[in-house]
Design a protein around this ligand. Structure first.
Ligand SMILES: Cc1cc2nc3c(=O)[nH]c(=O)nc-3n(C[C@H](O)[C@H](O)[C@H](O)COP(=O)(O)O)c2cc1C
Length: 211
């Protein structure tokens, strides 16, 4: 089984809760056998912003025209992200809620893999997802509570990643969300400890799954 772990927080695991979730997950997962685990650290990768350079690069490469430096850089980066995503049976996203949304490099990663003809297609009946056989695991932390009906629409990280994965046809999505540790400092330790146990459970289930 090919597992891609997309790490989207560069805070140390002693500070960032979602960084810690990533660490706990990896510690458990790497106990598994017959797993091909690849990590894609979006803060470490060279990932120029998505925009006209990418569109130029796609157009020119379709015409077999030479690319300039930035076009070459962005096409290489986007293809690397796309290849990693397409090769994976299971994709794990570990990311925080920052400023109501996902960190910018994770947005770039998603822009890179959002490609008509590869991850989705247009049809007469509307768009269809092209990678329905993949599984996604979301590991996310947020300091406030967004699981209530009033707050849920203000959450644009998990909601966004889930929506995009559904758009690609992926319906098998497992989520571990740690929330409220900033809002309730007196209960923070327990909230975090319980969440980390859930992370371990999901990772060990994946590590022991037989294909
Ligand atoms: C730059 C920044 C922005 C944040 N924005 C929000 C926010 O919009 N809503 C919220 O509930 N918590 C917010 N928090 C708190 C985080 O959600 C909390 O620290 C959580 O554990 C996820 O971030 P972490 O994995 O880096 O710890 C923010 C934290 C940081 C560092």
């Amino acid at each position: 089984m090919n597992i891609l772990v997309v790490k989207a927080n560069n805070r140390p695991s002693t500070e960032g809760i979602s960084s810690k979730m990533h660490e706990v997950f990896m510690n458990e997962l790497t106990k598994g056998k017959d797993l091909n685990i690849q990590t894609f650290d979006v803060f470490e990768e060279d990932m120029p912003y998505f925009g006209q350079d990418f569109f130029n690069a796609m157009g020119k490469s379709a015409q077999a025209e030479p690319l300039n430096d930035i076009e070459q850089r962005i096409l290489t980066a986007a293809n690397k992200a796309m290849d990693a995503f397409m090769d994976a049976d299971v994709i794990v996203f570990a990311f925080p809620l920052w400023n109501k949304t996902i960190p910018a490099p994770l947005q770039t990663f998603i822009d890179y893999i959002y490609r008509a003809g590869v991850t989705f297609a247009y049809s007469e009946n509307g768009p269809v997802g092209l990678v329905p056989d993949k599984k996604v695991i979301i590991l996310n932390a947020r300091g406030g509570v967004y699981s209530t009906p009033e707050m849920a629409p203000m959450e644009m990280s998990v909601n966004y990643v889930r929506l995009i994965m559904n758009f690609f046809g992926i319906m098998d999505i497992e989520e571990v969300i740690i929330e409220g540790h900033n809002q309730f400092p007196d209960r923070a330790q327990q909230i975090i400890a319980d969440g980390m146990e859930d992370v371990k459970t999901v990772a060990s289930r994946l590590a022991t799954v037989t294909v």
